[in-house]
Design a protein around this ligand. Structure first.
Ligand SMILES: [Mg+2]
Length: 401
């Protein structure tokens, strides 16, 4: 029987590393992707910033206090998604399917790859090298008999790490780790375990399973299995997407029609781009509006001809927006496309008319994949301009229309 081997791939400080890749002058410096504004949080901190105690999900203001010289960068989700797609392409060379956990993390079942590489280490090095070649970014890789161990392993020698946990050595390798490294253990469970004197994974493995269950119920049994390095969770590969959306909370409530229109146009542009990148079209578009008082409305429209152009989405969104009575400032806006159909099946009624737009969109998409959304804002967005992003490649304002 072929042994099961699961690989976990995790990019190192992903968003921050992409920014340092694209802005060489930021390499070696503390870079924080996120916002230091009152409602802002840290999405990713570079390793230089982590030395100051900055970490993901920390309020931006606190990050600024801990590391005043940090370079704050607004996330460029389009660029990160495009890089993520490149990584996924690489992963498909090693397994027919994979389970993405986020843009920069995935599980693969590499059980079938054994014959192609002399060792699992060699397989891991090959994956890392191919990701580096495709993206100029480093990944940490863990290979182990199951998901729980593979994820622990990828974290073992981060960044640029490669760790293999073999059959038979599972329990011994993980025994010294603190209990919080067990899957599903948060601060509450950690406290409950430590109160009983179970501080390390080895302590849990050596505990009486009945006693664990008595204190932690069903979770106690799961933790006992995990502590022995046993985890039977299957891989759950990519689910087909049900919707694609974009929403934004504003540091200051929006009040003018111009501001609102600019945001909705930009969101429609981003959603349309992502629809095309996923090779799907949407029959339904939903507008979400949250007012200053937190009153939240959603309005949807379903059309007969599936959409994947910003103009198509915006024309529906604009109508939906105009039907809403506005009595206060707007705190959040969002646009979501749903009722997705594969693009190949979506026959257009007015093919000639939209053909040129499709061609223009395809050119824009390729530039955007390469340089990010800010280089391609249409004329009516230029007044907003890119913020922290430097124009490093002379491509800003590239005219494709
Ligand atoms: Mg990561």
């Amino acid at each position: 029987m072929v042994r099961r081997w699961i690989m976990h791939v995790d990019m190192d400080a992903f968003y921050a590393s992409v920014e340092q890749r694209d802005h060489p002058e930021w390499r070696g410096k503390p870079v924080i992707v996120g916002s230091a504004s009152p409602r802002g949080v840290v999405a990713t901190a570079s390793y230089e910033a982590r030395r100051y105690g900055v970490h993901s999900a920390m309020p931006g203001r606190r990050a600024r206090e801990r590391c005043p010289e940090a370079i704050f960068v607004r996330p460029r989700m389009d660029v990160y998604r495009a890089v993520s797609a490149q990584i996924h392409e690489v992963l498909l060379h090693y397994a027919p399917e994979f389970e993405p956990l986020s843009l920069d993390e995935a599980f693969l079942d590499v059980s079938g790859m054994g014959g192609h590489y002399p060792t699992l280490q060699a397989l891991g090095r090959a994956v890392k090298a191919e990701i580096l070649a495709a993206t100029e970014l480093t990944a940490s890789v863990g290979i182990a008999p199951n998901k729980f161990l593979a994820k622990l392993a990828s974290d073992w020698h981060k960044p640029d790490g490669l760790t293999v946990i073999g059959y038979g050595e599972e329990a011994a390798r993980i025994a010294p780790l603190p209990v919080r490294r067990l899957w599903g253990v948060g601060p509450k469970t950690q406290a409950a375990l430590e109160a009983r004197g179970w501080r390390t994974i080895g302590d849990v493995a050596a505990a009486d399973p009945e006693e664990l269950a008595a204190h932690l119920g069903a979770q106690g049994r799961v933790l006992y299995e995990l502590a022995h390095g046993r985890d039977n969770r299957p891989l759950t590969p990519h689910e087909p997407r049900k919707s694609i959306g974009e929403e934004e909370t504003f540091a200051c409530d929006l009040t003018t029609a111009d501001e609102i229109r600019t945001v909705l146009l930009r969101q429609c542009d981003t959603v349309a781009y992502r629809l095309r990148r996923h090779h799907v079209r949407a029959r339904t578009v939903t507008l979400k509006v949250r007012f200053a008082s937190f009153r939240t409305l959603t309005r949807s429209k379903t059309v007969t001809e599936p959409m994947d152009l910003d103009r198509e989405l915006y024309s529906e969104v604009e109508k939906l927006y105009n039907q809403i009575s506005k009595t206060e400032g707007i705190r959040l806006l969002g646009v979501t496309a749903s009722s997705l159909v594969p693009a190949v099946d979506a026959v257009r009624l007015f093919a000639d008319e939209s053909e040129r737009e499709q061609q223009v969109a395809a050119v824009r998409d390729r530039l955007r994949d390469k340089y990010g959304a800010d280089v391609l804002r249409r004329g009516y967005w230029l007044e907003e301009g890119p913020e922290e992003e430097e124009d490093t490649d002379g491509q800003s304002g590239t005219d494709v229309e």
